[in-house]
Ligand binder design. Structure first.
Ligand code: CO
Length: 214
């Protein structure tokens, strides 16, 4: 603990291996990046972006935070998305959540006085929109998994509806947002794109917002 020399040593070995297997690899990357996808994922150590889709350095532009949230006012995330779609010309955006997500689990517990409770409040709000469906699931683990899925769909929709992405589309750029969920128990990714229906996910009850009476 404290002394991380072994990691610096491991890095030398890794770089030498990469160079041996792919001569000129780092020289090519020195000239710039041209990643093919933007990955917005959870900070969880079990879900390393490049590794689980088998892509080397240079292929994936990454933003990670607790519970892979896409919050309209998060300048950090928005700056990443903007740079990815405008400067790097990325067309495919992946929002990847995972089963067993600690942020989602925390949102199912009573709130505490922690900073992170402000962050996961976004998941609580989402759970409230889907209270009927979630409460009907009696098995806790099944309900937890479902909320992890709903969270992926909601965050992917948030990217889809962001002014940056909408603006790029208006100027003729086809940007596709994908919602994926990763199972830390088997290492498999599943495509949740069929769940990405903004009306169903963000406003599941059509009459939730009542019209003012005249
Ligand atoms: Co997580």
């Amino acid at each position: 603990m404290g002394d991380l020399t072994h990691l610096l040593d491991a890095n030398r070995v890794w770089a030498a291996n990469v160079e041996r297997e792919h001569p000129g690899f780092f020289e090519r990357l020195r000239h710039g990046q041209k990643p093919s996808i933007l990955w917005i994922g959870c900070a969880d150590s079990r879900v390393p972006a490049n590794e689980i889709i088998g892509l080397p350095p240079g292929e994936v532009f990454v933003h990670r935070n607790v519970a892979n949230l896409v919050v309209h006012s998060d300048l950090n995330m928005l700056s990443v998305v903007e740079y990815a779609v405008t400067a790097l010309g990325i067309k495919d955006v992946v929002v990847c959540g995972h089963y067993g997500c600690g942020g989602v689990a925390a949102s199912m517990q009573p709130a505490q006085s922690r900073l992170v409770d402000n962050w996961i409040r976004h998941i609580r709000d989402l759970a409230r929109l889907h209270r009927e469906e979630l409460e009907a699931i009696t098995d806790h683990d099944t309900r937890f998994r479902r909320l992890c899925e709903l969270n992926v769909a909601a965050q992917a929709i948030n990217v889809n509806l962001s002014p940056i992405v909408e603006g790029m589309r208006r100027s003729g750029h086809d940007i596709v947002v994908h919602g994926w969920i990763y199972d830390v128990a088997d290492g498999i990714l599943r495509d949740l794109s069929p769940l990405m229906d903004a009306e169903m996910i963000l406003t599941p009850e059509p009459r939730a917002i009542a019209k003012p009476a005249h």
